[in-house]
Design a protein around this ligand. Structure first.
Ligand code: UDX
Ligand code: UDX
Length: 465
C-alpha cells in the first residue's frame, strides 16, 4: 500500500482520494479552499456524488484519508502525488494550465526523490513535459493517468473502470501507478504520455459527437415522421454502435465535453490540422439548444390568450449531480428569460434556500479571464463562487425558483423537462394538468409516455418522436 497525496478536492480529486483510501492506500487530500477543507475534515461532502460520503467517512474513520489546506507540505513523504486541479477554458478555447503550474510550483521543493507525480486533470497534449520542466526535478517522474469519471457515478466509475490508461516514458513509474489500482479488475493501457493525453480528449470528443449525431437523427425523425426511440433500438443492437450515449436531449454540457471538445480543436489547430468534424459537432450542439428553446417558445406562443409562465423541471447539466457548469438547461432558461417569458424552475439541487446553502459550501470555480502567465499567477487565482453566482445571475434575470415541482407547474402554460431526474417520471401529471392554465408539455429528455399525457389532455412534444 502506498502513501498518496491528491491535490484538488473537487469532483475528480475528492473521488480519487476517497477511492484510493478505500483501496487501502494512505491518502492526504489537499485543496486551496479553507471552507472546503474544514467541511471535509468534519466528514461533510461539498458536492453531490453517489456513494462518496460513505467512502469519505470510512476513510476518515480508519485513518486512511485525511484533509489538509494547501499542497506545499502535503506532498512530502508521499510516493505518488495526483494533480486534480482544474484546467478551465481560456477565452480562445484552449486549456488554462495555470492551476496545474501553480500546484506544481508549490510542491516542487518538498517532493521526496523518486516520487511519481501523476497528471489526472485533463491537460493539453504535451503537458507531461510542461509539468516535468516546471518541477525541474530530474529525480521525480511524471506520468499521465487520465480520469474517465462521470459526475453522479464517479465512485462507481473509479472502482469499476472499463480501462485504466497510463502514459509514461518510464516503465518503472508506470508500474508504480498501475500498482495503486492492483485491486481493480480492468484492462490496462500503457502508452507514452502524449497518447494517454490524446486518449482522454478523443474519448470525450467522440462521446460528444455520438450525442450530437443522435440529436441530429432525432431532428431528422421529426422531419420524416419517425420515432427516434425505435431508431435507437434498431441501431443499438448492432454491437458496433451500442446503446450508450445515444439518448437525444437538449444538447450536451457539463465541465468536460464542451471544454475538452473546444480544447481538442485548438490542439489540432496548433498541430496544423483543421478538425472540421469537431467544429461541426460543436455548432450542432449550439443549434440543439436553439431548437429546444424554439420548441418551448412555440408551445408557449400557440395560445396567446392563455395566461401563465413556463415551468422548467431540471437545471443541472444532467441528473444526479448538482453541477450547473455549461448546463444546456441554464442556457435555455436564459434564452427564455431574454425573450421576456416568465420562468419558474424546480431542480432538486437548486432549492430556494440554495443561495445560503451554497454560500456555506463555498463552491468555487475559476476566473476564466485569469492569465496563465506565471508572473501574473496571483491574479490567476482569483476564484469566484460560480454555482452561487450562476444561480444568482439567473435570479437577477428574473428566474423564480420553486421548492417543489408542483409549485413550479402551478399556473403555468407550458411545462418543460430539461434534466432527466428520475423523480420527474413519477410525478402526478393529472394533478399537474389540473394546476396549469393550458396543458402543454415539452419533454426534452423523452422521459415520459406521450400516450398517457395525451390522455390527460396534454399537447406533448418530445425529442425526435
Ligand atoms: C477538474 C477539471 O475540470 C478537469 O478537467 C480535470 O480533469 C480535473 O480537475 P473537477 O474535479 O471537476 O475537475 O474540478 P473542481 O470540482 O472545480 O475541483 C477542483 C478543486 O481543486 C477545487 O476544490 C479547488 O479549490 C481546488 N484547487 C484549485 C486547488 O486545490 N489548487 C489549485 O491550485 C486550484
Ligand atoms: C464526461 C465523461 O463521460 C467522462 O468519462 C469524463 O471523464 C468526464 O466527462 P460527465 O461530464 O460527468 O462525464 O457527464 P456525461 O454523463 O458524460 O454527460 C455529458 C453530457 O452529455 C450531459 O449534458 C448529458 O446530459 C449529455 N448526454 C449524455 C446526452 O445528452 N445523451 C446521452 O446519451 C448521454
Amino acid at each position: 500500500m502506498s502513501n498518496v497525496t491528491v491535490i484538488g478536492a473537487g469532483y475528480v480529486g475528492l473521488t480519487t482520494a476517497a477511492c484510493l483510501a478505500h483501496l487501502g492506500h494512505k491518502v492526504v487530500c489537499c485543496d486551496i479552499d479553507p471552507n472546503r477543507i474544514s467541511m471535509l475534515e468534519q466528514g461533510k461532502i461539498p458536492i453531490v456524488e453517489d456513494g462518496l460520503e460513505e467512502l469519505v467517512l470510512s476513510g476518515i474513520g480508519s485513518g486512511q484519508l485525511s484533509f489538509v489546506l494547501g499542497a506545499r507540505h502535503a506532498a512530502s513523504g508521499s510516493e505518488v502525488v495526483f494533480l486534480c486541479v482544474p484546467t478551465p477554458q481560456r477565452q480562445d478555447g484552449s486549456a488554462d494550465m495555470s492551476y496545474i503550474v501553480e500546484a506544481v510550483n508549490e510542491i516542487a521543493e518538498n517532493l521526496d526523490p523518486g516520487t511519481v507525480v501523476v497528471n489526472k486533470s485533463t491537460v493539453p497534449v504535451g503537458s507531461t513535459t510542461v509539468v516535468e520542466s516546471t518541477l525541474n526535478r530530474p529525480d521525480v517522474l511524471v506520468v499521465s493517468n487520465p480520469e474517465f469519471l462521470r459526475e453522479g457515478s464517479a465512485v462507481h466509475d473509479f472502482l469499476h473502470p472499463e480501462r485504466i490508461v497510463i502514459g509514461s516514458d518510464d516503465q518503472g513509474a508506470a508500474i508504480r501507478v498501475a500498482t495503486l489500482y492492483s485491486k481493480i479488475n480492468a484492462p490496462l493501457v500503457t502508452t507514452d504520455p502524449s497518447s494517454a493525453e490524446t486518449i482522454k480528449y478523443a474519448s470525450n470528443a467522440f462521446l460528444a459527437t455520438k450525442i450530437s449525431f443522435i440529436n441530429a437523427v432525432a431532428n431528422l425523425c421529426e422531419a420524416v415522421g419517425a420515432d427516434v426511440r425505435d431508431v435507437i433500438l434498431g441501431m443499438g443492437y448492432d454491437s458496433r454502435i451500442g446503446f450508450e450515449f445515444l439518448k437525444p436531449g437538449p444538447g450536451w454540457g457539463g465541465s468536460c465535453f464542451p471544454k475538452d471538445t473546444r480544447a481538442l480543436i485548438n490542439i489540432a489547430e496548433d498541430g496544423g490540422y483543421d478538425f472540421k468534424l469537431l467544429k461541426g459537432v460543436l455548432s450542432a450542439n449550439d443549434e440543439q439548444k436553439e431548437i429546444v428553446t424554439s420548441k418551448i417558445i412555440e408551445l408557449f406562443s400557440s395560445d396567446e390568450s392563455a395566461s401563465g409562465h413556463v415551468a422548467v423541471l431540471g437545471l443541472t447539466f444532467k441528473a444526479n449531480t448538482d453541477d450547473l457548469r455549461e448546463s444546456p438547461a441554464v442556457g435555455i432558461v436564459t434564452k427564455l428569460l431574454e425573450a421576456q417569458i416568465r420562468v419558474i424552475a424546480y431542480d432538486p439541487t437548486v432549492l430556494p434556500t440554495s443561495i445560503d446553502r451554497f454560500d456555506g459550501k463555498s463552491d468555487l470555480a475559476y476566473d476564466k479571464s485569469a492569465s496563465s502567465n506565471a508572473n501574473d499567477m496571483s491574479s490567476a487565482f482569483r476564484l469566484e463562487q460560480s454555482r452561487t453566482e450562476k444561480i444568482q445571475e439567473l435570479i437577477d434575470k428574473g428566474l423564480e425558483i420553486a421548492s417543489d415541482p408542483y409549485a413550479a407547474c402551478d399556473g403555468s402554460r407550458v411545462l418543460a423537462i430539461l434534466t432527466e431526474w428520475d423523480q420527474f417520471k413519477w410525478l402526478d401529471y393529472g394533478k399537474i394538468a389540473d394546476s396549469m392554465t393550458k396543458r402543454a408539455i415539452f419533454d426534452g429528455r423523452n422521459l415520459l409516455e406521450p400516450s398517457q399525457l395525451r390522455r390527460l389532455g396534454f399537447t406533448y412534444r418530445g425529442i425526435g418522436r
